[in-house]
Design a protein around this ligand. Structure first.
Ligand code: GDP
Length: 205
């Protein structure tokens, strides 16, 4: 096992209210709060994981309500290593918006459409009885869009959350060699994650 921990910037995207903050809090702190509280600004939390004997620090960025604030998007997306696109099972519109979120991510992260990139799709709120997106429909969308891994989660009942996040790291590992290496011109230290890749050195936690 390597002693060093590689920093992975993970962005959680999707419509407001689908449960992005809740998923992040469940994964990082194993907590769930039924109150939705949003601050404006970029927020992230770190969580250390070990996948196949390698250590990673997942730096998970949540939009924290700024879906509406376009100016905050570039620093949020730039240098991302993994993108988790999220919808809510009980909200068909949030599922239909996935292509929009994907396009937007690629645009602001400055990644060419069609380039390999580790996306993961989360269908959250699987605990809800009024399901509007079937398993079949969601899975065929994921197959059509590059065999993207798909997980049905519940931040509330702690279903598949840990599995989804660690599988995102596995997906990153599978694709790591194909990823475009970018020199990101920003003073934001987080964006060094992608730069670090070019020298084969990960950042330490
Ligand atoms: P965000 O805007 O995407 O970050 O969504 P939030 O995490 O703020 O969640 C929006 C609302 O959905 C809140 O009231 C949460 O308590 C609720 N919520 C989040 N995840 C789940 C879940 O898995 N199941 C259920 N039933 N409610 C959830």
């Amino acid at each position: 096992m390597s002693g060093r921990s590689k920093l992975l910037k993970v962005v959680l995207l999707g419509d407001g209210g689908v449960g992005k903050s809740s998923l992040m809090n469940r994964f990082v702190s194993n907590k769930f709060d039924s109150q939705s509280f949003h601050t404006i600004g970029v927020e992230f939390l770190n969580k250390d994981v070990t996948v196949n004997g390698d250590n990673y620090t997942m730096q998970i960025w949540d939009t924290a309500g700024q879906e509406r604030f376009k100016s905050l998007r570039t620093p949020f997306y730039r240098g991302a290593d993994i993108c988790m696109l999220t919808f809510a099972m009980d909200d068909r519109k949030s599922f239909e918006n996935l292509p929009m979120w994907k396009r937007e991510f690629l645009y602001y992260a400055d990644i060419q459409e069609g380039s390999p990139f580790p996306f993961i799709i989360l269908g959250n709120k699987v605990d809800m009885p009024n399901r509007e997106v079937s398993d079949d429909v969601a899975r065929s969308w994921c197959t059509k869009h590059g065999n993207v891994p798909y997980f049905e989660t519940s931040a509330k009942d702690s279903i598949n959350v840990e599995l989804a996040f660690t599988s995102a790291v596995s997906r990153f590992r599978e694709m790591e060699d194909q990823l475009e290496i970018k020199q990101v011109h920003t003073t934001n230290s987080v964006d060094l994650s992608r730069k670090a890749k070019s020298s084969g050195v990960g950042c330490c936690s």
